[in-house]
Design a binder for this molecule. Structure first.
Ligand SMILES: [Zn+2]
Length: 404
């Protein structure tokens, strides 16, 4: 089952009862987190077992489905916390400051035509929330093959989870092999006998990252005497950076998946798992890795949603190998790959051909093959470039909620 969270704004402010429910829910989550830490449990059922009775007394009027959902939210907070403690990344006790609540799908009703949510507060008291639905939102509301999942309510917006059976990937007719670099995806598109070079450029992501990195460094220096202000400022900077980069990554991923879907291609990517970020090495390297990982995640997620097959292959030596004669070179310097056998090509595109060859040799690319004789060096197809940054998803943001 695939899940996609779609954010809606409301046509008016949250009614008073809903706001106090949000506050109650926040308190309940924090109480459950504390109880879970004390009893050293993290699962929703275990939390319910140890704390349900106390909670009925603490929150006597809350609808019981909402209480169970509070255990669920607390459980995932506790799991994250435990993971971070194991990594020695934190020792602080988690605490939810922002008002929020999660409503299980049995505990609310949404009329998909009118966009009205019926939310029970407690016995005999319900409120109505009216969603503002743009064309983008309508796509989800009107698609009856999507079922409704949980609802997340925040003071200024509502996130509806839409669920979908994982679609069966189509039979592959072509392949799109992409080498992932800091500023671009470079690759080769193979269809029948022919092969063309292809590119998606996103130079602005590295620029945004560098700029924020520098600004953060300056802030830390300037506010060295006041660590709390410095931390808060850096956190705000970080959130803004993420948002701006995220938006671009979504667009790049969209263009890749759309291209593949229209041509019934398999998308071939390098498996980035092998790239362990070494702490001792430059921080810059770590900084430049996450957008690539995020880009892969986004492509894979969007591809899965539309039934586009994605193949991940081991990238070892992919930038140093000659795809024609198989020689492996010592160094990978230079923008052009040149081999003794006479083969020469843009280094990144050459790497993508090696990824393709690996996929072919493992039988993961259907019956396709790469024919170097039919490769058109001079034709470069552009999948994405910064000038194409026209908004494709107006009035809405969609994000990965999770895959179950
Ligand atoms: Zn060669």
């Amino acid at each position: 089952m695939l899940v996609r969270g779609v954010a809606f704004s409301l046509d008016s402010e949250l009614p008073f009862e809903a706001r106090s429910l949000l506050e109650d829910f926040r308190l309940a989550v924090n109480n459950a987190v504390r109880a879970g830490l004390q009893a050293r449990v993290t699962s929703r059922n275990a939390l319910a077992k140890i704390a349900y009775r106390d909670f009925r007394e603490l929150h006597p009027r809350m609808y019981s489905q909402h209480l169970v959902s509070a255990f669920d939210v607390a459980g995932s907070i506790l799991k994250n916390h435990r993971r971070r403690v194991l990594k020695c990344a934190t020792s602080r006790i988690p605490y939810v400051k922002r008002q929020m609540m999660k409503v299980e799908n049995q505990a609310y009703k949404l009329d998909r035509k009118s966009g009205v949510i019926d939310l029970p507060i407690r016995a005999g008291c319900h409120v109505e929330l009216r969603l503002v639905a743009s064309q983008y939102h309508r796509k989800y509301l009107d698609d009856m093959s999507l079922s409704l999942g949980s609802l997340t309510i925040l003071p200024n917006r509502v996130i509806v989870a839409f669920r979908k059976e994982t679609p069966k990937p189509y039979v592959v007719e072509s392949a799109l092999s992409l080498d992932t670099n800091e500023r671009s995806l470079d690759g080769v598109f193979v269809e029948g006998d022919g092969a063309k070079a292809i590119k998606a450029e996103f130079p602005d992501i590295a620029i945004i990252q560098q700029r924020h990195h520098d600004r953060r460094k300056r802030l830390q220096k300037k506010k060295a005497h006041d660590r709390r202000t410095s931390r808060d400022l850096c956190r705000r900077e970080g959130a803004r950076e993420h948002q701006r980069i995220d938006y671009r990554l979504h667009q790049v991923a969209n263009s890749v998946v759309k291209f593949a879907e229209e041509r019934k291609s398999a998308i071939i990517l390098e498996d980035l798992k092998g790239f362990k970020s070494k702490r001792s090495k430059e921080l810059n390297r770590r900084l430049s890795m996450w957008p690539r990982r995020k880009l892969h995640q986004t492509i894979e997620y969007k591809a899965q949603w539309r039934g586009v097959p994605v193949v991940k292959v081991d990238p070892r030596n992919s930038s140093r190998t000659c795809p024609i004669c198989g020689r492996i070179q010592d160094s990978r310097m230079g923008a052009e790959f040149k081999c003794e056998c006479g083969w020469h090509l843009d280094r990144h595109i050459n790497a993508s051909i090696n990824l393709l060859q690996t996929a072919i040799s493992k039988g993961m690319a259907g019956g396709l093959w790469f024919n170097p004789g039919a490769f058109q060096h001079d034709v470069m197809m552009i999948l994405y470039e910064p000038a194409m940054a026209a908004r494709s998803e107006p009035n809405g943001t969609s994000g990965v909620v999770g895959v179950t």
